[in-house]
Design a protein around this ligand. Structure first.
Ligand SMILES: Cc1cc2nc3c(=O)[nH]c(=O)nc-3n(C[C@H](O)[C@H](O)[C@H](O)COP(=O)(O)OP(=O)(O)OC[C@H]3O[C@@H](n4cnc5c(N)ncnc54)[C@H](O)[C@@H]3O)c2cc1C
Length: 528
Protein backbone atom coordinates (compact mmCIF):
# COMPACT_ATOMS: atom_id res chain seq x y z
CA UNK A 1 0.00 0.00 0.00
CA UNK A 2 1.25 3.50 -0.82
CA UNK A 3 0.42 6.75 0.94
CA UNK A 4 1.94 10.24 0.75
CA UNK A 5 3.06 12.28 3.75
CA UNK A 6 4.80 15.59 4.37
CA UNK A 7 7.73 15.59 6.75
CA UNK A 8 10.44 18.03 7.70
CA UNK A 9 14.04 17.54 8.82
CA UNK A 10 16.99 19.76 9.57
CA UNK A 11 19.34 20.35 6.58
CA UNK A 12 22.05 18.16 8.13
CA UNK A 13 19.59 15.28 8.50
CA UNK A 14 18.50 14.86 4.86
CA UNK A 15 20.78 11.89 4.32
CA UNK A 16 19.85 10.07 7.52
CA UNK A 17 17.61 7.17 6.44
CA UNK A 18 16.86 6.21 10.04
CA UNK A 19 15.73 9.68 10.97
CA UNK A 20 13.52 9.97 7.88
CA UNK A 21 11.96 6.58 8.72
CA UNK A 22 11.18 7.85 12.22
CA UNK A 23 9.68 11.09 10.88
CA UNK A 24 7.52 9.10 8.47
CA UNK A 25 6.30 6.74 11.17
CA UNK A 26 5.32 9.79 13.27
CA UNK A 27 3.00 10.78 10.43
CA UNK A 28 1.48 7.45 9.35
CA UNK A 29 -0.29 4.74 11.33
CA UNK A 30 2.58 2.34 10.83
CA UNK A 31 5.39 1.23 13.08
CA UNK A 32 8.81 2.17 11.68
CA UNK A 33 9.52 -1.54 11.00
CA UNK A 34 6.34 -1.90 8.91
CA UNK A 35 7.52 0.73 6.42
CA UNK A 36 8.90 -1.36 3.55
CA UNK A 37 10.14 1.54 1.39
CA UNK A 38 9.80 5.25 0.78
CA UNK A 39 10.52 7.56 -2.07
CA UNK A 40 11.00 11.34 -1.96
CA UNK A 41 8.61 13.09 -4.36
CA UNK A 42 9.40 16.72 -3.62
CA UNK A 43 12.00 18.56 -1.52
CA UNK A 44 12.43 22.22 -0.65
CA UNK A 45 14.26 24.40 1.85
CA UNK A 46 12.09 26.59 4.03
CA UNK A 47 14.14 29.42 5.55
CA UNK A 48 11.21 31.48 6.84
CA UNK A 49 11.51 30.35 10.46
CA UNK A 50 14.31 30.96 12.93
CA UNK A 51 16.17 27.89 11.66
CA UNK A 52 15.95 26.65 8.05
CA UNK A 53 14.27 23.26 7.56
CA UNK A 54 13.98 20.88 4.63
CA UNK A 55 10.39 19.97 3.76
CA UNK A 56 9.74 16.73 1.91
CA UNK A 57 6.72 15.03 0.39
CA UNK A 58 7.34 11.31 0.63
CA UNK A 59 5.58 8.29 -0.88
CA UNK A 60 5.50 5.60 1.81
CA UNK A 61 5.15 1.88 1.06
CA UNK A 62 4.17 -0.93 3.46
CA UNK A 63 3.51 -4.69 3.38
CA UNK A 64 6.69 -5.43 1.43
CA UNK A 65 5.84 -3.08 -1.44
CA UNK A 66 8.67 -1.10 -3.01
CA UNK A 67 8.93 2.03 -5.13
CA UNK A 68 9.14 1.10 -8.84
CA UNK A 69 11.07 3.54 -10.99
CA UNK A 70 9.41 4.04 -14.40
CA UNK A 71 11.21 2.38 -17.35
CA UNK A 72 13.92 4.51 -18.95
CA UNK A 73 12.62 6.75 -21.75
CA UNK A 74 15.63 5.86 -23.87
CA UNK A 75 14.58 2.19 -23.81
CA UNK A 76 11.67 3.17 -26.04
CA UNK A 77 13.91 4.73 -28.71
CA UNK A 78 14.44 2.88 -32.01
CA UNK A 79 16.94 3.25 -34.83
CA UNK A 80 15.96 5.97 -37.32
CA UNK A 81 18.84 5.57 -39.79
CA UNK A 82 16.46 5.00 -42.71
CA UNK A 83 13.63 7.23 -41.50
CA UNK A 84 12.63 10.54 -43.13
CA UNK A 85 14.80 13.46 -42.04
CA UNK A 86 13.77 16.48 -40.00
CA UNK A 87 16.20 19.40 -40.26
CA UNK A 88 16.92 21.30 -37.07
CA UNK A 89 18.99 24.49 -36.99
CA UNK A 90 20.44 25.14 -33.52
CA UNK A 91 21.92 22.62 -31.10
CA UNK A 92 20.66 24.38 -27.96
CA UNK A 93 18.18 22.79 -25.55
CA UNK A 94 15.34 23.43 -28.02
CA UNK A 95 17.16 21.80 -30.94
CA UNK A 96 18.52 18.83 -28.99
CA UNK A 97 15.23 18.00 -27.25
CA UNK A 98 13.42 18.37 -30.59
CA UNK A 99 15.95 15.89 -31.99
CA UNK A 100 15.30 13.38 -29.17
CA UNK A 101 11.55 13.69 -29.69
CA UNK A 102 12.00 13.14 -33.44
CA UNK A 103 13.81 9.88 -32.74
CA UNK A 104 11.09 8.78 -30.33
CA UNK A 105 8.53 9.43 -33.06
CA UNK A 106 10.47 7.59 -35.74
CA UNK A 107 12.10 10.49 -37.60
CA UNK A 108 15.77 11.14 -38.27
CA UNK A 109 16.94 14.46 -36.87
CA UNK A 110 19.70 16.27 -38.74
CA UNK A 111 21.01 19.10 -36.57
CA UNK A 112 23.17 22.02 -37.76
CA UNK A 113 24.92 24.50 -35.49
CA UNK A 114 27.17 27.45 -36.34
CA UNK A 115 29.34 26.76 -33.30
CA UNK A 116 31.70 24.02 -32.19
CA UNK A 117 31.19 20.84 -30.21
CA UNK A 118 31.07 21.31 -26.48
CA UNK A 119 34.75 20.52 -25.88
CA UNK A 120 36.21 22.67 -28.64
CA UNK A 121 33.97 25.51 -27.52
CA UNK A 122 35.93 25.80 -24.28
CA UNK A 123 38.94 27.33 -26.01
CA UNK A 124 36.78 30.20 -27.29
CA UNK A 125 35.33 30.80 -23.83
CA UNK A 126 38.86 31.05 -22.48
CA UNK A 127 39.69 33.61 -25.20
CA UNK A 128 36.70 35.75 -24.15
CA UNK A 129 37.55 35.51 -20.47
CA UNK A 130 41.28 36.02 -20.70
CA UNK A 131 41.89 38.03 -23.87
CA UNK A 132 38.51 39.70 -24.36
CA UNK A 133 38.24 38.18 -27.85
CA UNK A 134 34.73 37.24 -28.95
CA UNK A 135 34.30 34.63 -31.69
CA UNK A 136 30.91 35.43 -33.28
CA UNK A 137 30.22 31.71 -33.86
CA UNK A 138 31.55 30.19 -30.67
CA UNK A 139 30.94 31.91 -27.34
CA UNK A 140 28.76 31.67 -24.20
CA UNK A 141 25.63 31.60 -26.39
CA UNK A 142 26.67 29.82 -29.60
CA UNK A 143 27.91 26.27 -29.97
CA UNK A 144 26.82 22.82 -28.88
CA UNK A 145 24.18 22.93 -26.14
CA UNK A 146 23.52 26.60 -26.97
CA UNK A 147 23.32 29.18 -24.22
CA UNK A 148 22.35 26.37 -21.85
CA UNK A 149 25.75 24.62 -21.81
CA UNK A 150 27.93 26.98 -19.83
CA UNK A 151 24.95 28.37 -17.95
CA UNK A 152 23.94 27.99 -14.37
CA UNK A 153 21.73 25.04 -15.15
CA UNK A 154 18.88 26.19 -12.96
CA UNK A 155 15.96 24.19 -14.18
CA UNK A 156 12.95 26.12 -12.93
CA UNK A 157 10.18 26.98 -15.27
CA UNK A 158 6.97 28.91 -14.80
CA UNK A 159 5.17 26.26 -16.83
CA UNK A 160 2.78 24.02 -14.91
CA UNK A 161 2.72 21.21 -17.47
CA UNK A 162 3.99 18.62 -15.01
CA UNK A 163 4.06 15.63 -17.40
CA UNK A 164 6.17 17.45 -19.99
CA UNK A 165 8.50 19.00 -17.41
CA UNK A 166 9.06 15.57 -15.90
CA UNK A 167 9.86 14.08 -19.29
CA UNK A 168 12.50 16.74 -19.99
CA UNK A 169 13.99 16.25 -16.50
CA UNK A 170 14.05 12.46 -16.84
CA UNK A 171 15.84 12.74 -20.18
CA UNK A 172 18.44 14.97 -18.52
CA UNK A 173 18.89 12.39 -15.75
CA UNK A 174 19.21 9.60 -18.32
CA UNK A 175 22.05 11.62 -19.85
CA UNK A 176 23.92 12.08 -16.58
CA UNK A 177 22.16 14.84 -14.60
CA UNK A 178 21.86 14.17 -10.85
CA UNK A 179 18.52 12.44 -10.02
CA UNK A 180 17.95 15.12 -7.34
CA UNK A 181 16.62 17.39 -10.10
CA UNK A 182 13.51 15.19 -10.23
CA UNK A 183 12.53 16.13 -6.67
CA UNK A 184 14.14 19.45 -5.78
CA UNK A 185 11.85 22.48 -5.81
CA UNK A 186 14.71 24.50 -7.28
CA UNK A 187 16.63 21.98 -9.38
CA UNK A 188 20.13 22.92 -10.45
CA UNK A 189 22.85 21.14 -12.41
CA UNK A 190 25.86 23.47 -12.60
CA UNK A 191 28.18 24.53 -15.36
CA UNK A 192 30.78 21.86 -14.63
CA UNK A 193 28.26 19.05 -15.27
CA UNK A 194 26.25 20.46 -18.17
CA UNK A 195 28.84 19.93 -20.95
CA UNK A 196 28.99 16.17 -20.29
CA UNK A 197 25.20 15.94 -20.36
CA UNK A 198 25.05 17.87 -23.62
CA UNK A 199 27.69 15.59 -25.18
CA UNK A 200 25.75 12.52 -23.97
CA UNK A 201 22.59 13.82 -25.68
CA UNK A 202 24.53 14.22 -28.93
CA UNK A 203 25.83 10.66 -28.58
CA UNK A 204 22.23 9.43 -28.20
CA UNK A 205 21.14 11.35 -31.30
CA UNK A 206 24.00 9.84 -33.30
CA UNK A 207 23.68 6.34 -31.81
CA UNK A 208 20.08 6.08 -33.00
CA UNK A 209 20.91 7.28 -36.50
CA UNK A 210 20.51 11.07 -36.29
CA UNK A 211 23.21 13.54 -37.36
CA UNK A 212 24.80 16.57 -35.72
CA UNK A 213 26.91 18.99 -37.80
CA UNK A 214 28.98 21.71 -36.16
CA UNK A 215 30.68 24.74 -37.76
CA UNK A 216 27.69 25.03 -40.10
CA UNK A 217 26.37 28.56 -40.17
CA UNK A 218 22.95 28.73 -41.83
CA UNK A 219 22.75 32.00 -43.74
CA UNK A 220 19.60 31.68 -45.79
CA UNK A 221 16.37 29.79 -46.35
CA UNK A 222 15.16 28.61 -49.74
CA UNK A 223 11.46 29.36 -49.95
CA UNK A 224 9.39 28.24 -52.90
CA UNK A 225 5.72 29.10 -53.30
CA UNK A 226 5.21 29.72 -49.59
CA UNK A 227 7.04 26.60 -48.48
CA UNK A 228 10.55 26.19 -47.08
CA UNK A 229 12.42 23.73 -49.28
CA UNK A 230 16.05 24.29 -48.34
CA UNK A 231 18.71 26.03 -46.29
CA UNK A 232 21.96 27.66 -47.41
CA UNK A 233 25.21 27.53 -45.49
CA UNK A 234 27.97 30.13 -45.18
CA UNK A 235 30.30 27.85 -47.16
CA UNK A 236 27.98 27.92 -50.16
CA UNK A 237 26.05 24.69 -49.83
CA UNK A 238 22.31 24.36 -50.38
CA UNK A 239 20.66 21.59 -48.36
CA UNK A 240 17.12 20.48 -49.26
CA UNK A 241 14.67 20.20 -46.34
CA UNK A 242 11.22 18.68 -45.84
CA UNK A 243 10.50 20.33 -42.48
CA UNK A 244 12.71 22.89 -40.77
CA UNK A 245 12.88 23.53 -37.02
CA UNK A 246 14.48 26.94 -36.52
CA UNK A 247 15.89 26.99 -32.97
CA UNK A 248 18.66 29.57 -33.18
CA UNK A 249 18.25 31.34 -29.81
CA UNK A 250 17.73 34.99 -28.98
CA UNK A 251 21.24 36.18 -29.78
CA UNK A 252 21.29 35.15 -33.47
CA UNK A 253 20.41 38.62 -34.73
CA UNK A 254 21.65 37.69 -38.21
CA UNK A 255 18.89 35.07 -38.37
CA UNK A 256 16.18 37.68 -37.75
CA UNK A 257 17.76 39.91 -40.42
CA UNK A 258 17.91 36.99 -42.85
CA UNK A 259 14.21 36.19 -42.23
CA UNK A 260 13.31 39.85 -42.71
CA UNK A 261 15.23 39.91 -46.00
CA UNK A 262 13.22 36.89 -47.08
CA UNK A 263 10.05 38.79 -46.08
CA UNK A 264 9.23 36.20 -43.42
CA UNK A 265 6.84 37.95 -41.02
CA UNK A 266 8.34 38.85 -37.61
CA UNK A 267 6.80 40.64 -34.61
CA UNK A 268 8.24 42.84 -31.87
CA UNK A 269 7.72 41.51 -28.36
CA UNK A 270 8.33 42.79 -24.83
CA UNK A 271 11.57 41.81 -23.13
CA UNK A 272 13.63 43.13 -20.21
CA UNK A 273 16.92 44.97 -19.81
CA UNK A 274 19.09 46.09 -16.93
CA UNK A 275 22.23 45.19 -15.06
CA UNK A 276 23.73 42.36 -13.03
CA UNK A 277 24.22 42.95 -9.32
CA UNK A 278 26.75 40.99 -7.28
CA UNK A 279 26.91 40.72 -3.49
CA UNK A 280 29.23 38.71 -1.27
CA UNK A 281 27.52 35.32 -0.82
CA UNK A 282 28.14 35.47 2.92
CA UNK A 283 26.00 38.60 3.08
CA UNK A 284 23.09 36.96 1.23
CA UNK A 285 23.42 33.88 3.49
CA UNK A 286 23.25 36.11 6.56
CA UNK A 287 20.15 37.90 5.27
CA UNK A 288 18.29 34.79 4.10
CA UNK A 289 19.31 32.19 6.69
CA UNK A 290 20.02 34.47 9.60
CA UNK A 291 23.33 32.62 9.98
CA UNK A 292 26.90 33.64 9.43
CA UNK A 293 28.68 31.59 8.30
CA UNK A 294 25.88 29.33 6.99
CA UNK A 295 25.87 25.76 8.24
CA UNK A 296 27.65 23.41 5.86
CA UNK A 297 24.60 21.37 4.91
CA UNK A 298 22.75 24.41 3.59
CA UNK A 299 23.20 25.46 -0.05
CA UNK A 300 24.29 29.02 -0.88
CA UNK A 301 21.23 31.19 -0.25
CA UNK A 302 19.33 32.77 -3.11
CA UNK A 303 16.70 35.47 -3.46
CA UNK A 304 13.93 36.45 -5.82
CA UNK A 305 12.83 40.07 -5.84
CA UNK A 306 10.11 41.79 -7.74
CA UNK A 307 8.44 45.19 -7.61
CA UNK A 308 6.47 47.51 -9.81
CA UNK A 309 7.78 50.99 -10.71
CA UNK A 310 5.74 53.35 -12.91
CA UNK A 311 3.76 50.55 -14.56
CA UNK A 312 6.77 48.38 -15.31
CA UNK A 313 8.00 45.29 -13.53
CA UNK A 314 11.49 45.49 -12.00
CA UNK A 315 12.77 42.08 -11.00
CA UNK A 316 15.73 39.88 -10.22
CA UNK A 317 16.46 37.44 -13.02
CA UNK A 318 18.55 34.28 -13.23
CA UNK A 319 19.93 34.58 -9.69
CA UNK A 320 23.16 32.60 -9.30
CA UNK A 321 24.05 31.86 -5.66
CA UNK A 322 27.71 30.93 -5.24
CA UNK A 323 28.18 31.82 -8.89
CA UNK A 324 30.13 33.87 -11.38
CA UNK A 325 29.29 36.73 -13.70
CA UNK A 326 30.33 35.78 -17.24
CA UNK A 327 30.83 37.70 -20.49
CA UNK A 328 27.92 36.64 -22.74
CA UNK A 329 28.64 38.91 -25.73
CA UNK A 330 28.15 37.27 -29.10
CA UNK A 331 30.03 39.79 -31.24
CA UNK A 332 33.04 42.08 -30.87
CA UNK A 333 32.18 45.66 -29.89
CA UNK A 334 29.55 44.88 -27.27
CA UNK A 335 29.42 44.08 -23.58
CA UNK A 336 26.76 41.71 -22.32
CA UNK A 337 26.89 39.85 -19.02
CA UNK A 338 25.06 36.86 -17.60
CA UNK A 339 25.53 34.50 -14.67
CA UNK A 340 26.39 30.87 -14.03
CA UNK A 341 27.51 28.60 -11.23
CA UNK A 342 29.14 25.26 -10.63
CA UNK A 343 27.16 22.39 -9.15
CA UNK A 344 28.54 23.09 -5.65
CA UNK A 345 27.69 26.75 -5.87
CA UNK A 346 30.74 27.48 -3.82
CA UNK A 347 32.07 30.80 -5.11
CA UNK A 348 32.20 33.71 -2.67
CA UNK A 349 29.68 35.70 -4.71
CA UNK A 350 25.94 35.87 -5.35
CA UNK A 351 24.87 37.55 -8.58
CA UNK A 352 21.56 38.24 -10.21
CA UNK A 353 20.26 40.01 -13.27
CA UNK A 354 18.21 43.01 -12.13
CA UNK A 355 16.07 44.15 -15.00
CA UNK A 356 13.17 46.33 -16.06
CA UNK A 357 10.37 45.10 -18.30
CA UNK A 358 10.48 46.80 -21.70
CA UNK A 359 7.04 47.07 -23.30
CA UNK A 360 6.35 47.87 -26.94
CA UNK A 361 5.35 51.43 -25.97
CA UNK A 362 8.87 52.00 -24.63
CA UNK A 363 10.30 51.29 -28.07
CA UNK A 364 8.70 54.31 -29.76
CA UNK A 365 12.04 56.24 -29.87
CA UNK A 366 13.40 53.33 -31.93
CA UNK A 367 10.40 53.15 -34.29
CA UNK A 368 12.62 53.82 -37.33
CA UNK A 369 14.04 50.35 -36.83
CA UNK A 370 10.63 48.74 -37.35
CA UNK A 371 10.50 45.23 -35.95
CA UNK A 372 14.16 45.59 -34.93
CA UNK A 373 13.39 48.38 -32.43
CA UNK A 374 14.08 46.14 -29.42
CA UNK A 375 17.40 45.00 -30.89
CA UNK A 376 18.29 48.66 -31.57
CA UNK A 377 17.77 49.42 -27.87
CA UNK A 378 19.81 46.38 -26.81
CA UNK A 379 22.62 47.30 -29.19
CA UNK A 380 22.67 50.93 -28.09
CA UNK A 381 23.22 49.89 -24.47
CA UNK A 382 25.65 47.05 -25.24
CA UNK A 383 27.79 49.40 -27.40
CA UNK A 384 27.65 52.23 -24.87
CA UNK A 385 29.06 49.80 -22.31
CA UNK A 386 31.76 48.67 -24.71
CA UNK A 387 32.76 52.22 -25.61
CA UNK A 388 33.42 52.77 -21.92
CA UNK A 389 35.60 49.70 -21.74
CA UNK A 390 39.15 49.27 -23.05
CA UNK A 391 38.46 47.18 -26.14
CA UNK A 392 38.37 43.96 -24.13
CA UNK A 393 35.46 42.45 -22.20
CA UNK A 394 36.19 44.45 -19.03
CA UNK A 395 32.73 45.50 -17.94
CA UNK A 396 31.67 48.95 -16.72
CA UNK A 397 30.61 48.79 -13.08
CA UNK A 398 29.60 50.92 -10.11
CA UNK A 399 29.07 50.26 -6.42
CA UNK A 400 25.38 49.74 -5.63
CA UNK A 401 24.74 52.83 -3.48
CA UNK A 402 26.79 54.96 -5.90
CA UNK A 403 24.62 53.65 -8.75
CA UNK A 404 21.41 54.56 -6.96
CA UNK A 405 22.66 57.97 -5.82
CA UNK A 406 24.19 58.76 -9.23
CA UNK A 407 27.77 59.05 -8.00
CA UNK A 408 30.81 57.63 -9.79
CA UNK A 409 32.67 54.95 -7.82
CA UNK A 410 36.33 55.67 -7.24
CA UNK A 411 37.06 52.00 -6.68
CA UNK A 412 35.16 48.72 -6.93
CA UNK A 413 34.78 45.71 -4.66
CA UNK A 414 36.27 42.34 -5.65
CA UNK A 415 34.14 40.49 -8.17
CA UNK A 416 33.79 37.04 -9.75
CA UNK A 417 33.91 38.56 -13.26
CA UNK A 418 37.17 37.24 -14.71
CA UNK A 419 37.77 39.83 -17.50
CA UNK A 420 37.67 42.54 -14.82
CA UNK A 421 35.57 45.62 -14.08
CA UNK A 422 36.06 49.31 -14.90
CA UNK A 423 34.51 52.03 -12.72
CA UNK A 424 31.90 53.77 -14.88
CA UNK A 425 28.85 56.04 -14.48
CA UNK A 426 26.31 53.33 -15.35
CA UNK A 427 23.59 55.75 -14.30
CA UNK A 428 24.38 57.81 -17.41
CA UNK A 429 25.01 54.88 -19.79
CA UNK A 430 21.55 53.32 -19.36
CA UNK A 431 18.43 54.85 -20.95
CA UNK A 432 16.72 57.16 -18.42
CA UNK A 433 13.49 55.13 -18.22
CA UNK A 434 15.47 51.99 -17.39
CA UNK A 435 17.83 53.67 -14.93
CA UNK A 436 15.10 55.52 -13.00
CA UNK A 437 13.05 52.36 -12.56
CA UNK A 438 16.09 50.30 -11.58
CA UNK A 439 16.99 52.94 -9.04
CA UNK A 440 13.55 52.88 -7.41
CA UNK A 441 13.35 49.09 -7.75
CA UNK A 442 16.64 48.67 -5.87
CA UNK A 443 15.35 50.92 -3.08
CA UNK A 444 12.20 48.76 -2.88
CA UNK A 445 14.37 45.63 -2.71
CA UNK A 446 16.38 47.25 0.08
CA UNK A 447 13.15 47.42 2.14
CA UNK A 448 12.44 43.75 1.49
CA UNK A 449 15.95 42.44 2.21
CA UNK A 450 17.72 44.23 5.03
CA UNK A 451 21.40 44.43 4.13
CA UNK A 452 20.87 44.17 0.33
CA UNK A 453 21.52 47.89 -0.17
CA UNK A 454 25.24 48.19 0.42
CA UNK A 455 28.33 49.50 -1.31
CA UNK A 456 29.82 46.03 -0.85
CA UNK A 457 27.61 45.13 -3.83
CA UNK A 458 28.58 45.97 -7.39
CA UNK A 459 26.36 46.78 -10.37
CA UNK A 460 27.70 45.48 -13.70
CA UNK A 461 26.53 46.46 -17.20
CA UNK A 462 24.74 45.08 -19.02
CA UNK A 463 22.07 42.43 -18.73
CA UNK A 464 20.42 42.86 -22.10
CA UNK A 465 19.70 39.32 -23.34
CA UNK A 466 17.00 38.23 -20.94
CA UNK A 467 14.67 37.12 -23.71
CA UNK A 468 14.09 37.74 -27.39
CA UNK A 469 12.83 41.19 -28.42
CA UNK A 470 11.40 39.53 -31.55
CA UNK A 471 8.82 36.79 -31.99
CA UNK A 472 8.69 34.63 -35.10
CA UNK A 473 4.96 33.99 -35.33
CA UNK A 474 3.58 30.48 -35.55
CA UNK A 475 0.19 28.85 -35.67
CA UNK A 476 -1.02 27.69 -32.24
CA UNK A 477 -2.14 24.30 -33.53
CA UNK A 478 0.39 23.39 -36.23
CA UNK A 479 3.42 25.31 -34.81
CA UNK A 480 4.23 26.38 -38.38
CA UNK A 481 4.91 29.93 -39.45
CA UNK A 482 1.50 31.21 -40.65
CA UNK A 483 2.90 32.18 -44.08
CA UNK A 484 5.62 29.56 -44.68
CA UNK A 485 4.68 25.89 -44.77
CA UNK A 486 7.23 23.56 -43.21
CA UNK A 487 8.94 26.32 -41.16
CA UNK A 488 8.71 25.62 -37.42
CA UNK A 489 10.07 28.52 -35.32
CA UNK A 490 11.04 27.13 -31.91
CA UNK A 491 12.47 27.96 -28.53
CA UNK A 492 13.78 31.16 -27.03
CA UNK A 493 14.83 32.84 -30.26
CA UNK A 494 11.36 32.50 -31.71
CA UNK A 495 9.84 33.88 -28.50
CA UNK A 496 8.36 30.67 -27.07
CA UNK A 497 10.75 29.82 -24.24
CA UNK A 498 12.73 31.55 -21.52
CA UNK A 499 15.14 29.07 -20.01
CA UNK A 500 16.57 25.59 -20.44
CA UNK A 501 13.51 23.59 -19.47
CA UNK A 502 10.94 25.69 -21.30
CA UNK A 503 13.20 25.58 -24.37
CA UNK A 504 13.51 21.79 -24.09
CA UNK A 505 9.74 21.46 -23.73
CA UNK A 506 9.12 23.73 -26.70
CA UNK A 507 11.53 21.62 -28.77
CA UNK A 508 9.56 18.50 -27.85
CA UNK A 509 6.22 20.13 -28.69
CA UNK A 510 7.49 21.41 -32.02
CA UNK A 511 8.92 18.00 -32.91
CA UNK A 512 5.49 16.45 -32.25
CA UNK A 513 3.94 19.02 -34.59
CA UNK A 514 6.62 18.32 -37.20
CA UNK A 515 5.85 14.59 -37.00
CA UNK A 516 2.20 15.37 -37.68
CA UNK A 517 3.18 17.63 -40.60
CA UNK A 518 5.39 14.93 -42.09
CA UNK A 519 2.58 12.38 -41.89
CA UNK A 520 -0.12 14.72 -43.22
CA UNK A 521 2.07 15.80 -46.12
CA UNK A 522 3.09 12.31 -47.13
CA UNK A 523 6.70 12.98 -46.12
CA UNK A 524 6.76 10.11 -43.67
CA UNK A 525 6.30 6.44 -44.04
CA UNK A 526 7.52 5.88 -40.50
CA UNK A 527 5.61 7.28 -37.55
CA UNK A 528 4.71 6.52 -33.99
C1 LIG B 1 25.47 32.45 -19.13
C2 LIG B 1 24.04 32.00 -19.22
C3 LIG B 1 23.43 31.43 -18.10
C4 LIG B 1 22.13 30.96 -18.17
N1 LIG B 1 21.60 30.33 -17.07
C5 LIG B 1 20.41 29.72 -17.18
C6 LIG B 1 19.90 28.94 -16.13
O1 LIG B 1 20.52 28.78 -15.08
N2 LIG B 1 18.68 28.37 -16.26
C7 LIG B 1 17.95 28.52 -17.41
O2 LIG B 1 16.85 27.95 -17.49
N3 LIG B 1 18.41 29.25 -18.44
C8 LIG B 1 19.61 29.84 -18.36
N4 LIG B 1 20.09 30.57 -19.41
C9 LIG B 1 19.23 30.71 -20.59
C10 LIG B 1 19.18 29.42 -21.40
O3 LIG B 1 20.48 28.99 -21.64
C11 LIG B 1 18.38 29.65 -22.67
O4 LIG B 1 17.07 30.01 -22.29
C12 LIG B 1 18.31 28.42 -23.55
O5 LIG B 1 19.60 27.94 -23.85
C13 LIG B 1 17.56 28.71 -24.85
O6 LIG B 1 17.57 27.56 -25.63
P1 LIG B 1 17.43 27.57 -27.22
O7 LIG B 1 17.78 26.20 -27.66
O8 LIG B 1 16.09 28.11 -27.59
O9 LIG B 1 18.50 28.61 -27.77
P2 LIG B 1 20.08 28.64 -27.55
O10 LIG B 1 20.47 27.90 -26.33
O11 LIG B 1 20.45 30.07 -27.65
O12 LIG B 1 20.66 27.83 -28.78
C14 LIG B 1 20.65 28.33 -30.09
C15 LIG B 1 21.70 27.60 -30.92
O13 LIG B 1 21.53 27.98 -32.27
C16 LIG B 1 22.80 28.13 -32.88
N5 LIG B 1 22.67 29.06 -34.00
C17 LIG B 1 22.34 30.38 -33.94
N6 LIG B 1 22.29 30.89 -35.19
C18 LIG B 1 22.60 29.89 -36.04
C19 LIG B 1 22.73 29.83 -37.45
N7 LIG B 1 22.50 30.88 -38.23
N8 LIG B 1 23.12 28.65 -38.01
C20 LIG B 1 23.36 27.56 -37.22
N9 LIG B 1 23.23 27.57 -35.87
C21 LIG B 1 22.86 28.72 -35.30
C22 LIG B 1 23.68 28.66 -31.74
O14 LIG B 1 25.04 28.36 -31.99
C23 LIG B 1 23.12 27.95 -30.53
O15 LIG B 1 23.83 26.76 -30.27
C24 LIG B 1 21.39 31.08 -19.37
C25 LIG B 1 21.98 31.67 -20.50
C26 LIG B 1 23.30 32.13 -20.43
C27 LIG B 1 23.93 32.76 -21.65
Amino acid sequence: MKQEVDIQVRPNEVNSAELIRTRISDKVTLAADDISDWHILRRSIDARGRKPVVRMRVAVYSKGEKHQAPPALLEQFQMVTDAPAVTIVGAGPTGYFAALECIERGFRPVVYDRGKDVRSRRRDLRAIQQEGKVNPHSNYCFGEGGAGTYSDGKLYTRSHKRGTIEKAMRLLVEHGAPPDILVDAHPHIGSNKLPKIVAAIRETIERFGGEVHFNTHITDLVIDEGKVVGIKTADGREIPVGALVLATGHSARDVYRMLDRQQVRLESKPFALGVRIEHPQALIDRIQYNQSPREESLPAASYKLVTQVKDRGVFSFCMCPGGLIVPASTAPGEIVVNGMSMSRRDSAYANSGTVVAVELDDLKPYADHGVFAGIALQEQVERAMFSFSDGTQRAPAQRLIDFVTGRESTDLPKSSYIPGLIPAPLHTLLPKGIYNRLRQGILDFADKMKGYYTNEAVVVGTESRTSSPIRIPRDRETYQHPDIAGLFPAGEGAGYAGGIISAAMDGQNVARAVAQFMITNGLASVHS
